[in-house]
Write a protein that binds this ligand. Structure first.
Ligand code: AMP
Length: 435
């Protein structure tokens, strides 16, 4: 099946072709015709399935079909995302797929100056991609109105709820006109998501594609048992020996990411670290350098890596296993995307055996273990407990304005450094979330 049978117009097909896509992914096959019909959709799709094009392509076409007489200065489509990174990526997709169309789009999120965003909005845009907190700030400042929105997309809605944005979302929904087309994308369907969908969608068409957990079978996974102190040496060995050119490496902590990045640089391997203590600009720059091939290894913490989308990322390394088994699935989901093969390697020391067992339970398979010559673990080393700062599963976004409390107010103390500063793996790293 090719894109031409989906009902998309020539300008959009041309952009798709220029991207090199020949076959629509399953989510695209299902979602595009339904959205083109003007129906609401509730889509179960994780990142990596091609969901962004799945909603962006038909959205662009619908915008052309429903163009009002005076569309100047009216926001007609609103795409909400949980994080800055995802917002930026969706914006990039909107620009890419819409490059032969006249629509203006902009992305708004916290952590960067608000004035340039106000100025862009004043000039008038058709499509806004936003994270909830900053969007509400801009609405509060009368920099934009949602009174003419015809299309609403909630991307990664489950993550938005996880991050505590439900009140912000409700406030935003209250500002939208009643008549509009809604699209809700979520990787999971909790009761909370179902409630949100019930209140939001009008006779939606339900679309579900294979979960990444099953798609992750496309990723070749290996565990290399190794002593903790030998991990840096093993990583440099693997990179050099296999001549890996683009590697995403995960660490558990921000400090660990910095330390490892410095170690790699010293070993002559170009590297950058991204985590919550880095400014948005530093992160964007590091990611761009990594994408361009100027940085060979990107060392990231889980939160910083959320939503990173790099075509055909061939290697993911778990330098340390995550405390939360689901994060393993997210991490390895960075590779093997949209039908490409990928490789995920985990360096596991004796302290991490329990974490590995939990991961294997979650993915319902045993990951093959391979020791590397010269790095065989010393059996006399006793396991030590993994130091956990903070705790709890739920966490807050790196890239977003603060979720507000139930009364709509900003949570107090969110500007300064949190007193009990948690690790990135824990709940509430509010101090990292810029406005
Ligand atoms: P997404 O799930 O939207 O994050 O997309 C995952 C990746 O798949 C992105 O890098 C897209 O550029 C890529 N992609 C989307 N649609 C296609 C397609 N039909 N063929 C090949 N790659 C695609």
């Amino acid at each position: 099946m090719s894109f031409t049978t989906l009902g998309l117009n020539e300008a959009i097909l041309r952009a798709v072709k220029e991207e090199g896509y020949t076959t629509p992914t399953p989510i695209q096959k299902q979602a595009i015709p339904v959205i083109l019909e003007g129906r609401d959709i509730l889509a179960g799709a994780q990142t990596g399935t091609g969901k962004t094009a799945g909603f962006t392509l038909p959205l662009l076409q619908r915008l052309g079909e429903t163009a009002p007489e005076n569309r100047k200065k009216r926001v007609r489509a609103l795409i909400l995302t949980p994080t800055r990174e995802l917002a930026a990526q969706v914006h990039e997709s909107v620009r890419t797929y819409g490059k032969h169309l006249p629509f203006r789009s902009t992305v708004i999120y916290g952590g960067v100056g608000i004035n340039p965003q106000i100025q862009t909005l004043r000039k008038g845009v058709d499509i806004v991609i936003a994270t909830p907190g900053r969007l509400l700030d801009l609405i509060g400042q009368k920099a934009l109105s949602l009174a003419h929105v015809e299309f609403l997309i909630l991307d990664e809605a489950d993550r938005m709820l996880d991050m505590g944005f439900i009140h912000d979302i409700k406030k935003i929904l209250a500002l939208l006109p009643k008549k509009r087309q809604n699209m809700l994308f979520s990787a999971t369907f909790s009761n909370e998501i179902k409630r949100l969908a019930d209140g939001l969608l009008d006779k939606p068409v339900l679309i579900e594609v294979a979960r990444r957990n099953t798609a992750s079978e496309q990723v070749e996974q290996t565990v290399h048992p190794v002593d903790k102190k030998r991990k840096p040496a093993l990583l440099t060995h693997l990179i050099s020996e296999n001549d890996w050119r683009q590697v995403l490496v995960f660490t558990r902590t921000k400090h660990g990411a910095n330390r490892l990045s410095t170690h790699l640089e010293k070993a002559g391997i170009s590297s950058a670290a991204i985590h919550g203590n880095k400014s948005q600009n530093a992160r964007t720059k590091a990611l761009a350098a990594f994408k361009d091939g100027n940085v060979r290894v990107l060392v990231a913490t889980d939160i910083a890596a959320r939503g990173i989308d790099i075509d055909q990322l061939p290697h993911v390394v778990n330098y340390e296993l995550p405390n939360v088994p689901e994060d393993y699935v997210h991490r390895i989901g960075r590779t093997g995307r949209a039908g490409n093969e990928g490789e995920a390697v985990s360096l596991v020391c004796v302290d991490e055996d329990a974490l590995l067992r939990n991961i294997e339970k979650l993915i319902k398979r045993t990951i093959p273990k391979k020791t590397v010559n010269g790095f065989i673990p010393d059996p006399s080393i006793e396991p030590e407990p993994i130091r956990q700062r903070g705790g709890g599963r739920k966490r807050t976004p790196l890239g977003e304005g603060k979720p507000r409390g139930a009364n709509g107010s900003r949570r107090s103390g969110s500007r300064g450094r949190s007193q009990n500063k948690p690790a990135e793996t824990s709940h509430s790293n509010r101090n990292h979330r810029g406005r």
